[in-house]
Design a protein around this ligand. Structure first.
Ligand code: NCD
Length: 400
């Protein structure tokens, strides 16, 4: 197989303690060499990455790909095209589909579609309860055997604490964490972290959005709870004031909060409280995002703006810490390969640069063209996305 030699980029791989100008050679779908001024092998394609960062492929652990059931909102093909445009080589997809991802046969069908259509790696997140109805736990071992990497009733909270506790006990020996959608946020975070402690189940809080939730998490960690958490581009950027201006385009779960929360969330990224940056890519049709605020669907596309939005919200984040939050940590939490460019690892690579661009949703690969970032000028962009050694995206204006 023809190799790829990525030359002259700033290679940032915190898992391997690397942050310097180095060449990277990929062949047969894996990383085969890292070093200064590598020589190409015969037939190698050369990618000039000078002035750019070269990192392990980005991993988004909170994405709605909408299949099965809602192809009018997104499909595996369009959602993973959006992913690679956003620099993501791996996404984990949420189970609020129709049918829900609560059964190994449904996972099997989904993975066949992924094999046929996906432009990046896709790992399914199984439901916690059958039909996401909050009553009966799924067969966690069977779902894990079918390839599920986490469990969540995302979009809904498991309301009955007894159901959640029983489910956590059933799943406690599986590596796949529970990912809870916490609403009402603080009360459910408090309850969940208590259940995580009692059951010793691995736990992850999705889209943390308030200063108070962060305090609850810090205090649980002091008591020995090992839970992880994520923050989204929109909660790191906007306040609820945007709703007056943007209407349904700013409607999302959890809702946009106050300036105080936005600032607390940013500080929590810098101080290490937040483990992961995740987009909560939640595309809907244009009709579902129009008109009456009450009736409009919550959520919007995130994959294609995430990297620029993180950089705008977190200007003091070092490249190494950024890669940790967007690649190393989510790969580790999900227990999937990737998240590092060590020799022998998958050739999943993202090349990005601190170059400004303006968000134009008309250019999105996602079917969901609604985003509160429309028209925003963002300071960082993805130049090239390589999945398993194959270039899946190259920006029109990129040297790399
Ligand atoms: C999610 C969706 O559309 O699937 N929307 C969102 O605002 N995050 C589901 C949900 O969390 O309500």
């Amino acid at each position: 197989m023809i190799g790829l030699l990525i030359r002259g980029g700033r290679l940032v791989d915190p898992a391997a303690s690397l942050d310097s100008i180095l060449d990277l050679r990929l062949c047969d779908g894996i990383v085969v060499a890292i070093g200064e001024r590598l020589e190409p092998a015969a037939g190698d394609e050369i990618i000039d990455a000078r002035e750019a960062f070269v990192s392990p492929g980005f991993v988004d652990m909170h994405v709605h790909l909408r299949e099965p059931g809602f192809p009018e909102k997104e499909t595996i093909a369009t959602g993973t095209s959006a992913a690679v445009r956003g620099g993501f080589t791996t996404v984990a997809c949420m189970p609020n589909t129709k049918p829900a991802l609560d059964d190994p046969a449904v996972i099997g069908d989904l993975m066949r579609e992924v094999k046929r259509r996906a432009r990046c790696r896709v790992y399914p997140i199984g439901a916690i309860t059958l039909g996401r109805r909050g009553a009966q736990p799924c067969d966690f071992a069977a779902l894990a055997a079918a390839g599920v990497v986490a469990f969540s009733d995302d979009g809904d909270t498991v309301e009955d604490p007894r159901v959640l506790r029983d489910a956590a006990l059933l799943a406690r020996n599986l590596r796949a964490p529970f990912i809870e959608h916490c609403e009402p946020e603080e009360a459910i975070a408090l309850r969940d972290l208590q259940i995580a402690k009692e059951t010793a189940k691995s736990w992850h809080l999705a889209h943390v959005s308030t200063a108070a939730t962060l305090e609850i998490l810090r205090s649980a960690r002091r008591r020995g709870v090992g839970a992880t958490c994520e923050a989204t581009p929109h909660h790191l950027t906007f306040t609820s004031a945007l709703i007056a201006q943007a209407g349904a385009a700013a409607k999302v779960n959890p809702p946009l909060r106050d300036e105080h929360d936005v600032q607390a969330l940013r500080r929590a990224v810098y101080d290490g409280t937040i483990d992961v940056l995740a987009s909560d890519h939640a595309p809907h049709t244009a009709q579902e995002k129009e008109g009456d605020l009450e009736r409009a669907a919550p959520g919007f596309s995130g994959l294609e703006v995430a990297v620029g939005a993180y950089a705008a919200a977190l200007p003091d984040l070092s490249p190494s810490r950024f890669v940790e939050l967007i690649s190393t940590n989510p790969a580790r939490i999900l227990g999937v390969r990737g998240g590092t460019l060590a020799i022998g690892e998958p050739a999943d690579v993202t090349i990005f640069a601190d170059r400004a661009w303006t968000v134009d949703p008309a250019e999105f690969a996602s079917k969901g063209r609604c985003t509160p970032f429309a028209g925003a000028r963002l300071p960082r962009k993805v130049l090239t996305t390589i999945v398993g050694g194959i270039v899946q995206f190259r920006a029109a204006d990129c040297a790399a």
